[in-house]
Design a protein around this ligand. Sequence first.
Ligand SMILES: NC(=O)c1ccc[n+]([C@@H]2O[C@H](COP(=O)([O-])OP(=O)(O)OC[C@H]3O[C@@H](n4cnc5c(N)ncnc54)[C@H](OP(=O)(O)O)[C@@H]3O)[C@@H](O)[C@H]2O)c1
Length: 259
Amino acid sequence: MSQHYALITGASGGIGKELAYQFSKDGYPLILVARSTDKLKAIKENLKSAYDIEVITLVKDLSKEEDIQSLYDELKSKEIYIDYLVNNAGFGLYGKFVDTALNEELNMIDLNIRALTHLTKLFLPDMVKRNHGKILNIASVAAFMPGPLMTVYYATKAYVLSFTEALENELKGTNVTVSALCPGPTKTGFSDRAQLSNSKLFQSGAMGVETVAKVGYKKFMKGQTVIVPGVQFRLATFVPRFVPRKWLASIVRRTQEIK
Ligand SMILES: NC(=O)c1ccc[n+]([C@@H]2O[C@H](COP(=O)([O-])OP(=O)(O)OC[C@H]3O[C@@H](n4cnc5c(N)ncnc54)[C@H](OP(=O)(O)O)[C@@H]3O)[C@@H](O)[C@H]2O)c1
């Protein structure tokens, strides 16, 4: 059994859970992190019986700095080294910025940006030292454009993409890679939490979560830097290069509106 551990944040549902299944199929031992004890426990039991792998679950709120540090310290004290770090936990919020709740948006920045940066800062040096490792950051198609009606969420994902591409450059010459998975709308708990299940965007063709995870996992393992599952979404990330940003904001605004 390989002892190349994979740590997945936000593994209690959605894309994180499906990525856990992808790693399990290849026999990797897993560290699954989220806030929901029961959901993590159920996934652990399923994975262990289906794939006979080691699964450790850690209940953490990654929007809290102390939980991030304790996660790292607990693994270090057990001499568990992470070879695959998946920064997946994240959420969005729908509404005009002038109306949305500040505390939710600051919490989103803490999770989507701070936690991802902090975890990378903790785990990357060990990977570089051992000259082995891979980091997968979950960005979004949203990273490529301004996002009226979800202003803060789109901006957090632009950070994730920029951070990943710059880090990939710095890691050249090492055996460590970093990738950004940029899904379009995907059928998970995300749209309910963000309150945008009825937006034109989600109503007109969200992708299946299994497909997103499968494509993401395969290309991540090959070391691809930017991964956009689905031809239609690859197009959606390519076209913005040729469209003035103001026009782009208007187009995105239309797709974000509630039907
Ligand atoms: N679904 C989409 O359309 C879509 C598209 C592009 C990108 N994404 C990105 O994909 C990633 C995963 O989203 P998803 O669609 O799979 O959403 P999801 O089904 O809502 O899953 C989110 C996961 O994050 C965990 N989480 C939330 N807050 C947390 C916190 N404070 N600390 C630790 N874990 C936390 C949740 O578990 P607990 O509630 O148990 O903590 C859950 O496991 C996110 O970064 C999202 O921005 C999603």
